[in-house]
Design a protein around this ligand. Sequence first.
Ligand SMILES: *[C@@H]1O[C@H](CO)[C@@H](O)[C@H](O)[C@H]1NC(C)=O
Ligand SMILES: *[C@@H]1O[C@H](CO)[C@@H](O)[C@H](O)[C@H]1NC(C)=O
Ligand SMILES: *[C@@H]1O[C@H](CO)[C@@H](O)[C@H](O)[C@H]1NC(C)=O
Ligand SMILES: *[C@@H]1O[C@H](CO)[C@@H](O)[C@H](O)[C@H]1NC(C)=O
Length: 557
Amino acid sequence: MHASVALSFSSVALLACVSCALPPPCDSEIYCTGPIFALYVVLAAFRNLSNASPNSTVPPSKLQEFLSTYFEKPGTEFEPWTPPDWHDEPKFLGGIADGELRNWAEKIHHLWKSLGRKMVSGVKDHPELYSQIYSPHPVIVPGGRFRELYYWDSYWVINGLLLSEMTDTAHGMIQNFLYLVNRYGFIPNGGRIYYERRSQPPFLTLMVESYYQATKDKEFLRAALPALEQEYRFWMQNRSVAVEVNGAEHVLNRYHVQVGLPRPESYTDDLELAEGLTDDRKEQLWMDLKAGAESGWDFTSRWYTDTDGHNNGTLRETSTSQILPADLNAVLCLNEKTLASFHRILGDIDSAALFEQTAARRLEAIESVLWDAERGAWFDYNLVTHSKHFEFYPSNLAPVWAQCYSRPEMAEKAVQYLKGSSALQFPNGVPTSLRDSGQQWDYPNAWPPLQHMLIRGLSKLPSEDAKLLAFDLAQRWIKTNWLAYTKYEAMFEKYDVNGDGKPGAGGEYQVQLGFGWTNGVALQLLDQYGLRLVSGSRRVSPGLLLPLVLSVTLRLQ
Ligand SMILES: *[C@@H]1O[C@H](CO)[C@@H](O)[C@H](O)[C@H]1NC(C)=O
Ligand SMILES: *[C@@H]1O[C@H](CO)[C@@H](O)[C@H](O)[C@H]1NC(C)=O
Ligand SMILES: *[C@@H]1O[C@H](CO)[C@@H](O)[C@H](O)[C@H]1NC(C)=O
Ligand SMILES: *[C@@H]1O[C@H](CO)[C@@H](O)[C@H](O)[C@H]1NC(C)=O
C-alpha cells in the first residue's frame, strides 16, 4: 500500500543529499532545497558526523544520538483524539444475526476511538518544522506505522464511520481532502510533503457520494463540487493519455509521476534497486516506482513488464506508467457518472449532461481498449507493446463494480471469467494476483478494498449466480478477519488467502495492525449480509461452494 517513516526519511534524505550530491527529492525549502536547509545547524552537525566517520559509515549509535538531538520522535505531530461523535450501539449492529459476529462488530466499532488523531498546533503555526502536511480536521489513521492520513484508505474508513453514525468525523476527513485539493490542485498520496507530487486512486468523489447518501446534505454537495471538479481536471490534464486502437483514438488514464528521483521515504532502497542502470533507465525506474506508489499497489508484478509485453520480470522492471489500468479507469468512469448525478441533484442539467457525455466516452474507450470479448474481462493495456496483460487480478472486474459496461452480458461473462480463473480456490479470500513475487500486492495476499469492490460489484448483478458468489466471498472474508481477530485480537491491513486467519506478508515493511480500511470493509459486509453471515465456528452450507468446486474441477481436467 504505502511506505513512509517520517524519521527515517529525515535521516536517509540527509545522508543522500550530503553524500551523493544528487538533486533534491522535493520542493520544500526546509526539507530539500532551500537556503535555510543548506545553512541549518542540523546540516552542519550532520557534516561533523560524516567527517568523523571517514568511510561515510556513521556508527548507528552516533546516528541515533544525532537524530534524537535534532529531530522529534516519530509521531509527535499527532496527538490521540477521541472522536466526540462516537457513541455506543449504532443501529447497524442490530442487523447482525450471529451473536459472535455482532460482538466482534461492536469491538471493531470501538477501534475508531483508538485510531483517532489530531494534529498538534505546531504543524499549523510552524509548518516549516514538520514534514506533515497540515490539514484542519482530526482524522482516523490507517493504524500501525502510518502516522499520517492516506488518501484511498480513507474511502473505506469513511464508509465504516458512516455505519458507526460518526458523520461529523467523516465530514471532517472529507473536508481535509477538499482542503488539500484547494491547496495543491489534487490530493497527495498521504499527508507528508514528500508525497506532494503523487496522488493515489481517486476516491474523493465517492467519499462525498457516501456522505451524501447518509445525510442527504445538498449544501455540503454544493460546497464540495468545485473541488471535486478540480481534482477530476488534474486526472485528465496530468494523468491521461490518448491511445489509438483499430483506427479510433481514445483517452484513458494511467498513474504517472514525472519525478525521476528515488522516493524520499525509501531513498536507499530505490538507490540500490537502480544500481548499474544507465541514467535514463534510473530516472524512468524511479518515476515508475513513484507511479506504483500512486497506484496504491506498491508493489506488484502487475506493474512489471518485459519487452514481449508480459507482466514478467522483477521490481527493477516496474513500468507502471506504460500501463492503462482497468481499475483506475473504472474508478474515473464512476467519478464521471457520480459528478453527473451531483449536478443533476443540484439542478444544473447542462453540467450533468456534460459529465454524462464524458462517462459515455470513457465507457466506449474502456470497451475498445480494455475489454476482451474472448476471455470475458477487462485487462490492463500496455502502451508500449499495444497489448493487454492477461494475468488474473481482481481489478480485471473493476468495471463490474463501477457498472461501466454497455451490455449486461459483459458482466455475466466476467463472472464466468472469474470462476474459471483459479482465483476462487482459496479459502480465505481472492488473491491480489496468482504470482508469488514476494511483493505485497501479489499472491498470497488478499487486500480489503479489492475484496470489497469485487463483492460489491457481483452483488449488484441481476443473476442469482453472481449474487451467490458475492455472498460466498463475503463469508470467506468475514471468516478470515474474524479468525485472525480471535487469534490476535487485531485487525490487519491484509491477509493470507490460505492462512485461516493468518495476516499477509511481503514487501517493504511488516504487516500492520489497526486497521482503517479492514475495519471499514468488515463493517460494510456485516451490514450488507448481517442476516446470513456466520462466524468462523460454523460452516457455510456446502451447497454454496459446490458450483465453485465444480468450475475448478472442470478447468483442471
Ligand atoms: C562541528 O564540529 C566543530 C569542531 O568540533 C564544533 O566546533 C561545532 O560546534 C560542531 N557543529 C555542530 C553543529 O555540531
Ligand atoms: C574504511 O574501509 C576500508 C575498506 O573497507 C577498511 O579497510 C578501513 O578499515 C575502513 N576505515 C575505517 C576508519 O573504518
Ligand atoms: C499538472 O500539469 C500542469 C501543466 O502541465 C503542471 O503545471 C502541474 O505542475 C502538474 N501538476 C502536478 C501535480 O504534477
Ligand atoms: C517469463 O520469464 C521467464 C524467465 O525469463 C520465462 O521462462 C517465462 O516463459 C516468461 N513468461 C512469459 C509469460 O513470458
